[in-house]
Structures are given as C-alpha cells and as structure tokens.
Write a protein that binds this ligand. Sequence first.
Ligand code: ZN
Length: 453
Amino acid sequence: MRLASLFVTIFTALFVWPFTVSAQGLIRDAEIESVVREWSDPIFTAAGLQARDVNIYLLNDPTINAFVTRGQNMFLHTGTIVQARTPNEIKGVIAHETGHMADGHLARSSDAMNKAMRPVILTMGLGLLAALAGAPDAGAAILGSAGQFGTVTFFAHSRVQEAAADQAAVRYMDATHQSGEGLLRFFQQFRTAEVIGGAKRYPYFLNHPLSSERISSLKSQVEASPWRDVKDSPEDVHKLAMIKAKIVGFLNKPEQVKNLYPEEDQSEPARYARAISNYLQASTSIALTQIGDLLKEEPDNPYFNELYGQVLFESGKAEEAVRYHQHAVDNAPTSPLLRLNLAQAMIATDRPEAVEQAILELKQVIAREMDNSFAWYELSVAYEKQGNTPMAKLATAEQAYALGDYGRARSFAQRAQHDLKFGTPEWRRANDIVLVIAADPKIRKRLAQRRPQ
Ligand SMILES: [Zn+2]
C-alpha cells in the first residue's frame, strides 16, 4: 500500500513536469513498415490528413510507447507491437495518436533527436551499419545499443487533450468500420499493470495520462459504436504474429527467442523468429534451411525472399542473393528498402552491368526517400566501382548530409564541385549542399528539398 501511494505521488508529479525518455535506436524494416502503414493510412485519411505526409518511425525499445511530434511524425516503440494482443489494439493506439496529431497536440522533441536519427535497417548487414555509424569496430553492438536515438523531451498531454484524442480515435475507427474495443482493452490492461509495475515500463502513460474516468468515458463511446463487434481479419492476425516474431527474432537475445518460440512450436511465426535468430548468430546453414522451408510454403513472400537473399549476401554469395532480392522487389515493387537490398547485392557482384542496374535501383530508392543515408552510401560505392569519382564524392556528400554530418558533407560537396562539369544539375546540387550548410538552419531544410532532375 505504501509503495503504491508513493508511486501515485511520483506519477502525479510527472504529469506536471516535463520529463525525458531515453529512447533507443530507430529501426527500419520493409515488412513491419508495410503492415503498420496498411493499418495506419486509412486512419490518417479518416482524420483528414494526407497519409503520405505522415512519417511513421519505429523505435527499438521494448517498452510500450507511442507519440507524435511536429511535422506529422508518429513514433511507435517496438514494444507496443510486441505487447499488443491484437491488431485492433495497435490500430486503436495509432488512431489515438492520430487524434493528437490532427488536433495539434504535439509532443516537443529536442533538435538532438532529429540529428541522431540514424536508422538501423534490420535486414542489412551489420558491417555496413557499423561503417555508417562511423565506428568500424562497433559491429554487432549496434543492434542492441541504447541511446543512439538521443533523448526526447515531452510534456504530458493534458486530460482534456487525452479525452479529445480518445473521441477522435473512436471517430476514425468508426469511419473505417473498425471497433474501438482494442484501444479500450489496451488501456484497461495497462492501467492495472502500470500501477503495479511502475511507470518506467510504460512510458506511454507518462505522456498519455490515464484515469478511471477516461476509461469509462471511452468505454461508453466504444460501446455505442455500430462497429464495436467487428473483429480483426485472420490475415491481420497473421501479419501481427509475423511482425512480432520478426521484432523478437532480430532484437531479442537467442535465449529469449527460444523461450518465446520454443522448438516444439512449429507455427510459421515461431519458425520465422528462430530462423532470424540463427541468422544473427551466424548459423548460416541452419538459417538458410529454415528460411528455405518457409519459402517452399510461400515462394512469393517478399520478406522471406529478402531474408534469404540477405543471408546469402552476408555469406559472400552476392550473385545468388541478387536472385532472391530481385524476387522480393518483383513481389513488392513499391518498397524502397527491398530495392536497396537488391542494389547492395548487385554492387557486390562487381559485374559492370549489375553495378549499372544497381545505380538505377538506388535512384528509385532516393526518389522516394531522399534522406536515406544507406542508399547514398551504396550509390557512392557503385559510382566508385565505375570509376566515376566525382559522382561518388557527390553521393558521399549527400550521405553525410543525410546523417547531419555537415562538415563532411561540405567537404565532399566542394570536392565533387571541383571535379564536376560547371553548371550541370550535379554541379548545382553540390553547390546547393555547400550553400545550404552555410545557410540559416531554418532555410536549410527548404533548400535541401532541391534535387537535380
Ligand atoms: Zn494521448
């Protein structure tokens, strides 16, 4: 009792004062992003937002949290996905966050956050990640490293804002013919757990203060909805199980993977998690057999193909890897990350025509994600292999720029400018980088949007 009341005192104090959450690294993955997008976009649209203008970021953090920041950015901790029991719970949380976003209740985030955003792409090689992080011997430590993302400072939303976001969430779920039950259950479950277990495990409720009145008000709105009994589709349930398995496989220790997905569990998600875990432990032949078995059942699954290709790639079989990455891209042509992996494997083959093709693939990646530092890095490697040093320098300048390393970006842009033909689009882009870096930070972003055609 005493502990509980002490806790309540601390918890109440936190509502008033700004607090910080030390979040872990930003992660990217084609499959997880595709599922979260598919679930979010209809909700964004229902809220009157342009779905494509909303950025969704996944943070490698086992705690439950979700928040929005200025510029239509929504952040989800991987723990929110892993600990959610149904897709409907995640959709409910997304709908609630969308409510904050649509009403302009934006968490403050420090500038340091944006500068420190160096995503780890789950299915890309650890060696490359280490190189990009600027610490060649950081190696395998990166996936598990804390503090990469820096510290985010929030103010807790007010109770009024929470009530408004809850109401908005129910409206968006109604508009998309989905139940608000998941959001309600999510709150009910963690309301109990959070009081017993301590707020630290549930940072979500630090910036989204929860109260009994709030839950009962949400409950009556959810129950009044004509869509309250709508259940998740079996496809969505399966997708959630697969992305949970992927997150656990990539981000948890092998013993934890074995505990959560013991050998006797022969379900597809369990086999997926174990295959990923084996791949990370460099048990290449076991991983290939296990992913190969999954592929036999679903030969066109882009993410199985991607993973199989990646294991091959990392065991030095670039040429074979290309086949699988190409098949992944053919089955999910709008995914920039799958294309990036394809390009990486193509470049490693050293065949001139494959390197040429890789440059075309990378240009498509950059057309969708101009701040993708991995893509710029690979582009610099491809140009270097072609002996096109000026373009390699320009790509390196872009990579450094995307990482916020302005000193290096300027230096490479100046060197590229020196070598490039005066007045060409590439020369102008190098010039823009130099000017942008010298400019006021406020206009820097706007200038940075300029890209050669
Ligand atoms: Zn909230």
